[in-house]
Design a binder for this molecule. Structure first.
Ligand SMILES: Nc1nc2c(ncn2[C@@H]2O[C@H](COP(=O)(O)OP(=O)(O)OP(=O)(O)O)[C@@H](O)[C@H]2O)c(=O)[nH]1
Ligand SMILES: [Mg+2]
Length: 422
């Protein structure tokens, strides 16, 4: 665990409550990336061109770094490359800003090849303008060799550009990660359940609680294939449970792709467990739920959302009731649990079971034709094919969601009608 110091420069007339919330968020982010926060420096002033904070504050920071044996400084404010250079020279330790911290978090949590590439791409894009500046800075100061670049500063920018275009190519060629999930859903008849919500809500804790007793052998396979996915069986229905990286406040637009790539699985899910921390103040819960619904809104087709109100062990029953009244319509299908104290889990499992898409059986026969074959391949994608005979006609036994079954029935009718009219 690295010791870090957090720094926030606040505009003189800004809202202090807001500043405080943002600072706490930064602290939470740092902790969730396994940093030990050993000190903080806050200053009210307009940004300083050289170091973001004033010279006197920099001295204070240097002293604090020594005193606390800090190895890294994290600024809440966005830093340009001159500032990063100046501050790290003065402090003789690594300096990053909030965005770099978030990218570090994504990098740690990205599990699939594709999401790792997306995150690396975002990091390089963030670095590129800084690299440009740094090179011109070093030239001005005639200081070759900074950062171990050994006089090759010019190619530094070129290297970044090359790497960016290589990643873009790899991304284009790489198999989409959700392919694996699709395969399991379609060929093996698993339903997909995804955990989503803000960072620190308790998703990973709940993930572990839910999969705790489940089949280890099957899960060995998933460990390598889909590192954040495990199988789970409720009342004989098999499903895959996927954990995701939590939402983070105020993501800049250029980071959204990297973030979305860590959300793999959510947009394919049949059921989403939207996890929130019920011990937080109701307005905050409301705001977070609203943001999550916004993100899902455009992307989801048929998924049901279950609102999982976690950490109920931290507040009284009356408070739980009050929160429920206050968040109302923003919390569809609410289930109150504690992932840590393991209560409410059976109710949650029952709710998940009820929200799983209902599957029906059908035997159908199709003409042996191009149209018939295209229905077959569509059914392989959308349902579970138990049996198929390719004779003069194609006969198949399938199991699938209700909408698929009724669509299959009408297609069967249409195909026979049109083939008999020929
Ligand atoms: N008191 C209490 N604490 C909990 C509960 N569930 C989780 N926590 C704690 O909340 C913190 C965050 O839990 P995680 O499971 O890592 O949260 P997460 O949603 O996976 O967070 P990200 O991965 O950052 O998105 C940890 O310190 C957990 O121990 C709970 O039911 N009660
Ligand atoms: Mg987690």
């Amino acid at each position: 665990m690295k010791n870090v110091i957090l720094v926030q420069r606040r505009d003189p007339r800004s809202d202090d409550e807001d500043n405080q919330i943002k600072f706490l968020e930064l602290e939470e982010l740092a902790r969730s990336n396994d940093y030990r926060v050993v000190g903080e420096v806050i200053q009210y002033r307009f940004p300083d061109r050289k170091c973001q904070i004033g010279q006197g504050k920099v001295e204070e920071l240097i002293a604090l770094i020594r005193e606390k044996a800090a190895e890294k400084v994290i600024f809440y404010n966005q830093l340009n490359s001159t500032q990063i250079y100046n501050i790290s020279e003065a402090c003789q330790c690594e300096v990053i800003d909030k965005f770099q911290l978030i990218l570090e978090i994504f990098a740690t949590r990205a599990t699939t090849n594709r999401s790792k590439l997306q995150v690396e791409l975002a990091q390089l894009r963030y670095e590129l303008p800084k690299a440009r500046m740094l090179v011109s800075l070093l030239k001005k100061e005639e200081r070759p060799g900074f950062m171990g670049l050994g006089g090759y500063e010019d190619s530094y920018e070129q290297d970044i550009k090359k790497r960016i275009s290589r990643i873009n190519k790899e991304l284009g060629a790489s198999l989409r990660d959700d392919e694996a999930l699709r395969t399991f859903r379609h060929e093996k008849g698993f339903s997909l359940v995804a955990l989503a919500g803000y960072t620190n809500a308790g998703k990973s804790t709940l993930f572990r609680t839910l999969v705790h007793e489940d089949v280890p052998v099957e899960n060995m396979l998933f460990t390598t294939l889909l590192p954040t996915t495990r199988s789970l069986t409720i009342n004989k229905r098999r499903m895959l449970l996927t954990d995701t990286v939590g939402f983070i406040e105020d993501l800049p637009h250029w980071m959204v792709d990297a973030f979305r790539s860590t959300l793999e699985g959510v947009f394919l899910a049949d059921v989403i467990l939207l996890v929130a921390d019920i011990s937080e103040p109701a307005p905050l819960i409301r705001k977070k739920l609203a943001v999550c619904h916004d993100i899902f809104w455009e992307q989801l087709e048929n998924a049901s959302i279950i609102t999982v109100l976690n950490k109920a062990d931290r507040i009284s029953e009356e408070q739980v009731q009050m929160r429920l009244d206050q968040i109302g319509y923003l919390a569809p299908n609410p289930v109150v649990i504690s992932a840590k104290a393991s209560f409410g889990i059976d109710t949650l499992k029952e709710t998940i079971f009820q929200k799983l898409p209902i599957w029906e059986y059908l035997r159908l026969s199709l003409p042996m034709s191009e149209e018939g074959m295209s229905v077959v391949s569509w059914l392989f994608d959308e349902g579970l094919v138990h049996n198929i005979d390719y004779g003069d006609t194609i006969v198949m036994d399938i199991e699938a969601r209700h909408e698929i079954i009724s669509r299959a029935e009408s297609l069967e009718q249409e195909l026979w009608d049109s083939s008999s009219s020929l």
